[in-house]
Ligand binder design. Structure first.
Ligand code: MN
Length: 213
């Protein structure tokens, strides 16, 4: 009985077209300069992410995924609904964990720092492993730091819209390694983008995700 009610609630709510909206940037588009230009951030957020939002609004109509969160879609959907829903989840996290170079907390402390030492050996070993993983991803995709179901921190790279939610992980940091994330500022120099990105990753946000997971 309860399941039936929930199913109908999902179907009725799902017909409200336009339920997904572009998550606002938590800072002005030029806040990440010089690491990421305003042009990169505006194009990435305003064009690419907006397109995923528009696509998902169209794709979920009349499906059981209508009215579901993008986290739910990342866990349970496949195909085009997965691709667009996961991309909204991924980009929301990506833009949330970045901050202006002056405001970002540049290294983790506390429980997260201890877990990084425990699972990767050291802070510098963690960064090396993360960059190695991102550089070795062939084609478009994402590199993640996540907490696995056993509580261990893991690094993984996934193709296209992939994220570790399907594996039951809790994502802490997602780095976009699609060319659209860096091509305006770095052209083909993906390694330079990855190198520079540490200057604007805000470990305050990631620590808070880790502590409240
Ligand atoms: Mn992107």
């Amino acid at each position: 009985m309860k399941k039936t009610v929930l199913l109908w609630a999902a179907l009725v709510l799902g017909v409200a077209y336009g339920q997904y909206t572009l998550p606002p940037l938590p800072y002005p588009p030029d806040a990440l300069e010089p690491v990421l230009s305003a042009e990169t951030v505006e194009t990435h957020h305003g064009k690419h992410v907006q397109a995923y939002v528009d696509n998902l609004n169209r794709l979920v109509l009349g499906t059981l995924f209508a009215a579901q969160s993008v986290e739910y879609i990342s866990r349970f959907a496949d195909g085009a609904i997965y691709n667009n829903g996961a991309q909204i989840y991924n980009h929301t996290l990506y833009f949330d964990v970045l901050a202006s170079e002056n405001e970002a907390k540049h290294t983790p402390t506390g429980a997260l720092a201890a877990a990084i030492d425990r699972d990767f050996g050291s802070w510098s070993d963690f960064k090396k492993e993360f960059v190695r993983s991102a550089n070795s991803l062939f084609g478009s995709g994402w590199t993640w730091l996540s907490v696995d179901p056993g509580g261990k921190l893991v690094i993984g790279s996934y193709r296209n819209a992939g994220n570790p939610l399907k594996k039951g992980h809790f994502p802490l940091l997602g780095v976009d390694v699609w060319e659209h994330a860096y091509y305006i500022d770095y052209r083909n120099r993906k390694a330079d983008y990855l190198d520079a990105l540490w200057r604007i990753v805000d470990w305050k946000v990631i620590e808070s995700r880790y502590e409240n997971r």
